[in-house]
Design a protein around this ligand. Sequence first.
Ligand SMILES: *Cc1c(COP(=O)(O)O)cnc(C)c1O
Length: 421
Amino acid sequence: MRNETICVRGTYKPKDGEPAILPINQSTTYVYEDGDYLADLFSLKEVGHIYSRITNPTVAELEGKVNMLEGGVGALSAATGHAAMINAVLNLCQQGDHIVSSNSIYGGVFNILSHTLPKFGITTTFVDQEASEDEIKKAFKENTKLLFAETVSNPTVRVLDMKKFSKIAKDMDVPFVVDNTLLTAYLYKPFEHGADISVYSGSKYYDGHGSSLAGFVVDSGKYNYDNGKFPALVEPDLSYHGLSYVKDLGEAAYITKARVQFTRDFGNLLNPFNAFLIHMNMETLHLRMERHSENALKLAKFLETHPKVEKVNYCLLESSVDYNRAKELGITGAGGILSFNIKGENVAKKFTSSLELATLFTHLGDLRTSIIHPASTTHSQLSKEDLIKGGVDESLLRVSVGLENIDDIIDDFKKALDKVK
Ligand SMILES: *Cc1c(COP(=O)(O)O)cnc(C)c1O
């Protein structure tokens, strides 16, 4: 099936007399006639539902759709994008382990890596993603367990050099984990460019209507964990009947462990109601992403011509440093997120309240055009130094271009910019 068909149809195949639309299975548990069958479910000899902390039929159809769109071997949902990131990392790392990450990432994930995980003995070295291959390799240590970056970064909207990053991960023999939230698997497929694992905030474009938080981890199934670095994936798991994920589950080792061990223990699976909403909203993902991309490019082109604008960051602008890279990666639509630097001191924060149509809120990927000043909001927990390193300076504004009529969006920005002193 092609992208558009996957968005509309997904994996849900109702049988005779069953609901045409995916039902909300609002049930904590499931019933059985046969005790042996239930025992087989517990030992993973059979596939089925036991308890909604681990799997749920509504959630499973959403995971199926997300996985199919990504081209992976399995997807695991989580309550939020942050929860998905925590699952993705803790499924690979334990106390004493180390991560190499780009410093040009979402502020919340930067916090997880730089402040919260160190309290559990997992540390991160941040690198400038534009540094040379050799420079980035210097950040690796004996105990490094993964390389992390965003395919398009939030809020600087830089396109990752996937060739360089996937080569580094291969040479250093660690899984390459990407956050592909800003592009979605409709616009860009990380596994075709060397990523091993994708993570998403499903709260953004997959939901797209600002109603539900969610997160996903998707596994390509391509990384070989049987290399001495990941004993927790190879040696018998005493918390799961002595199961060896790699030996017993093959290419589905990583994603199965993430579910039956971490999600089972941490209890952060997505709930069925949010899964139902996101599954339905994804039915129009392809249409929305096309229009978000079209509107964003038009607004970017307008902003570029305005005398009060210093610089516009959007990879499909011919003036963008990332233009050629985006073309090489086959990116023909870049989604709705752009950022720009406004001229003048201390005007950026004030500018966010001078727009009438564009809403000021802490979100992106919504139908409604919105704006935010990252340095005083989403990225305000970062130090001044980290802000500069991550490319988030005081004059930067991030816009999530929505699906209103583009002329109304442009008029709104024009009026507000003309008022800037
Ligand atoms: C929003 C976001 C997250 C966090 O997702 P939540 O669903 O808000 O927890 C992670 N990464 C990126 C790129 C994001 O934009």
